[in-house]
Design a binder for this molecule. Structure first.
Ligand SMILES: O=C(O)c1ccccc1NCC(=O)[C@H](O)[C@H](O)COP(=O)(O)O
Length: 213
């Protein structure tokens, strides 16, 4: 099975073009005001409408309440919600039932003690995103270009499909896939030339390197 790639944090129409051309499977739109990748609803809608069939559109939210989720899902055509905050198991299940979209729950990993949460969220979400835990004091819970020790999850499997994230780059993704056995990978910072500015050459290089694994 071919490795599936998600490129997160698109902000411009040319990002959509580059991601589609490179052959990624998912693209991510960030709804988090403190992020350099944050989108307003009108921009997100116009980007989403430009996404070709076959490239899944994922909205990334952080502890969003129902009013915010209603705004986003009403305005932007989407294929998946990515929950990147401290959403409880019950909240994940509730969002999944209420919005009719598959839900991917991000779980931060720094050491062995973080691994049980992956199993637990795997019982309520459609997918899990195995991401690096943000550093203390970070102003966002993801998209920090930080990797965790991949050996922690080498050979581990969960009840649902999962994606590896956190500090991946075109230079390290082949090794990350070989070590962890991931079949899906997610990147944001590693394919940027500056925070929030995607680099088409790095996007292409990332997808090619993931496929080489
Ligand atoms: O990208 C952001 O700014 C962001 C803000 C708030 C929550 C999550 C965020 N990003 C998550 C991602 O882009 C990825 O899912 C993942 O964390 C990998 O990011 P990176 O290490 O930058 O490749």
């Amino acid at each position: 099975m071919e490795i599936k790639v998600k490129i997160c944090g698109l902000t411009r129409p040319e990002d959509v073009t580059a991601v589609a051309k490179a052959g990624a499977a998912y693209c991510g739109f960030v709804f988090f005001p403190k992020s350099p990748r944050n989108l307003d609803l009108a921009t997100a809608k116009s980007l989403a409408l430009a996404v070709p069939a076959g490239l899944a559109k994922v909205a990334l939210v952080v502890n969003a309440d129902d009013a915010r989720l209603e705004q986003i899902t009403a305005a932007v055509p989407l294929d998946m919600l990515q929950l990147h905050g401290t959403e409880s198991f019950d909240r994940v299940a509730e969002i999944r039932a209420r919005y009719g979209l598959p839900v991917m729950k991000a779980v931060g990993v720094a050491d062995e003690s973080d691994l049980p949460a992956l199993e637990e969220y795997g019982r309520v979400a459609d997918q899990i995103l195995v991401d690096a835990k943000p550093p203390k004091g970070a102003d966002r819970p993801g998209g920090n270009a930080i990797a965790f020790d991949w050996r922690l999850i080498a050979g581990r499997r969960w009840p649902v499909p999962w994606m590896l994230a956190g500090g991946l780059t075109p230079e390290n993704v082949t090794e990350a896939i070989r070590l962890t056995g991931a079949r899906q990978v997610d990147v944001s910072s590693g394919v940027e030339s500056a925070p929030g500015v995607k680099d088409p050459a790095r996007i292409r290089a990332f997808v090619e390197a993931a496929r080489r694994a």
